[in-house]
Design a protein. Structure first.
Length: 153
């Protein structure tokens, strides 16, 4: 059999079934390039999403009275608590939120759809924080398996 015949007969597995709380879900398995694109988009959250998280953190700090603490330094566009940037924390929260949307977006995904079509508000209205965390872990185990899970003896 020639290489061309082998390649023509190759069919990429596009979906894998996972069990989540007694229900079977089809998870789309992105190619390496698709996964890199998702990862890049998650690691580069839009500025408005970062600002939204920063405003929530700032409001929370104001309500708790933490802004008057001597370990808190207020800068023009940031708040440092014991040297830790709240803007960086807001960026991390936005990245995490986008990752959760992307991973859950792969459940039942059909090619041509937008993985990020689901909003976080819709997601959190349907699932609890613990269920979101568990579902993301289940999807990531399929989409990004760790070496130990794929190791052959």
């Amino acid at each position: 059999m020639s290489v061309q015949q082998r390649l023509n007969g190759f069919k990429r597995t596009k979906y894998k079934t996972i069990d989540f709380h007694g229900h079977a879900f089809e998870v789309y398995l992105p190619t390496r390039l698709e996964l890199q694109g998702l990862t890049h988009k998650c690691q580069s959250p839009p500025a408005d999403l970062v600002e939204e998280h920063f405003a929530r953190l700032k409001d929370s700090l104001m309500r708790s009275g933490t802004l008057g603490d001597p370990n808190v330094e207020i800068k023009d566009d940031d708040i440092l608590i014991e040297g830790r940037s709240m803007r960086q924390t807001a960026r991390w929260l936005a990245s995490r939120q986008l990752n959760e949307i992307a991973m859950i977006g792969l459940v039942g995904f059909a090619e041509g759809e937008d993985v990020f079509a689901l909003s976080y508000d819709e997601l959190s209205a349907s699932l609890s924080d613990k269920e979101i965390e568990d579902l993301v872990k289940a999807v990531e185990a399929v989409v990004k398996p760790r070496y130990e899970a794929t190791e052959k003896n």
